[in-house]
Write a protein that binds this ligand. Sequence first.
Ligand code: NAP
Length: 278
Amino acid sequence: MIRTIPFRGSRQIPVLGQGTWHMGESAARRADEVAALRLGLDLGMTLIDTAEMYADGRAEELTAEAIEGRRDEVFLVSKVMPQNATYAGTKAAAEASLRRMRTDRMDLYLLHWRGEHPLEETLRAFAELKAEGKILAYGVSNFDVDDLSDALEHPGGGDLASNQILYNLERREADGGLLGFCQDRGINVMAYSPVNQGRLRERPGLKEVAQRHGTTPACVAVAWTIRREGVVAIPKAVQPEHVRENAKAASLRLTPEDVAVLNREFPGPRRGARLGVY
Ligand code: NAP
């Protein structure tokens, strides 16, 4: 089973979850996608990340199918699009997501990225949804240090539980300061695109570390994203062998020597680098 870490002190979440971007886009692939999510749940990757944006809501509908009969096992995450993130728009979007996912609550609800609507409106809606028990926690995504600092100043900002960000061996801008900023404030970091959307370059050192552990470069890459306390990763995979490999990353302990090899091959950013986005 997959190790868990505390989430806002009161709950535990697995260090590995499952993404759903690009799921629900093709009727022909739907059964395989549902099966992949269910396999991931069986392997302990019980956090599922989705969004109203993905396949125009069809990823949420597919998630409903995957979690049918096992809702209580799952830590369910979805997101409101910035263009919907007014006070009333956020509340309506949450209701629509709950309907599509056929559930009465989300475990975590995120603002997908910062848009033009005032943050105080989104946060006010989040706080109300939380008081009503429709979401159990809320957070943001793609927020760099400046946006996060700003959000923390607003009423309700102190309850931000998570920041979902781009983070992998090739896109490690968050190492420039954001990761530490979140960790210092008890804000969970959720690393998206941990295998760089399948485009991770298999450089010699990465291959060497994988060989040393009898695994694949992708598995090492996922393990690298969760090497720091307070970080969870949400790889998306439909192929069963990918799902199995990703699950194994939770128990792969990289040694300081492994990390040094990877740091040489995938150097960290300069201090204060701006967060990247996909
Ligand atoms: P990702 O998880 O890094 O990569 C997914 C791609 O890599 C798929 O093509 C998958 O193939 C392949 N793959 C997965 N595991 C693999 C393995 N062990 N070996 C080789 N290839 C593997 O990228 P992502 O989908 O962009 O990110 C993950 C999730 O994060 C998303 O699905 C979404 O839920 C979330 N996300 C959030 C944001 C945001 O703005 N908040 C942005 C991007 C992503 P198969 O599917 O064919 O198995």
